[in-house]
Design a protein around this ligand. Structure first.
Ligand code: IMP
Length: 177
């Protein structure tokens, strides 16, 4: 058990369990993208550990780039718009694999995909560490999913609680009750 700020978390998926699934997903990508020279677009901050472990297991030629999602209130709109920042690569005609930590409502991924598609890539697929099916509100393609989990709050392995816990090697879940 660990304490982060005011909350207690317990181990949910240990480091070895994460490594095993991430390696298996990497193998599928190695097979599917043979000869395609994909560009992996990893979404910071949350995906940094997943992206590092996944990409160490990718053996085909590939490029890796990092983006951030910045939320802002758009004029004439009540909703928050999420903008992709830091994309410098030319993605036109490329096979893109988005690397994300978690798909919860799917709103973030939906907006990332919409913005990537304006660059006219040859294809776009998604690789996510975690997926919470019960929380999903958007129809987003999930091509490579390491773990489907219940709708509970998790930290570690890149994911944070109020900025803390990203450094933990295992995945932890909020203790209930
Ligand atoms: P979505 O837009 O609702 O799919 O949320 C995606 C983002 O919410 C992720 O990139 C995370 O930053 C954050 N998030 C969602 N669930 C969790 C969680 O259980 N722990 C930590 N961050 C989370």
């Amino acid at each position: 058990m660990i304490q982060i700020k005011d909350k207690t978390f317990e181990v949910f998926i240990p480091e070895a369990g994460l490594a095993e699934k991430v390696a298996a997903v990497a193998e599928r990508i190695n097979r599917d993208y043979e000869g395609k020279n994909p560009v992996f677009v990893a979404v910071l901050n949350g995906s940094f550990m997943f992206a590092a472990d996944l990409l160490k297991k990718i053996r085909i030629p590939c490029e890796i780039t990092f983006v951030k999602v910045a939320s802002y209130h758009a004029m004439h709109s009540t909703g928050k718009v999420k903008e992709l920042i830091g994309l410098t690569e030319d993605l036109a005609g490329r096979h893109v694999v988005v690397v994300e930590d978690i798909v919860d409502t799917g709103i973030t991924m939906e907006q990332i995909l919409a913005q990537l598609r304006t660059h006219r890539p040859a294809s776009v697929k998604t690789a996510v560490l975690l997926f919470k099916p019960e929380a999903l509100q958007r129809d987003v393609p999930l091509d490579y999913v390491c773990f489907e989990i219940a709708n509970r709050f998790v930290v570690g392995y890149g994911l944070d609680y109020d900025g803390y816990g990203r450094n933990l090697a295992s995945l932890y879940v909020l203790r209930e009750g």
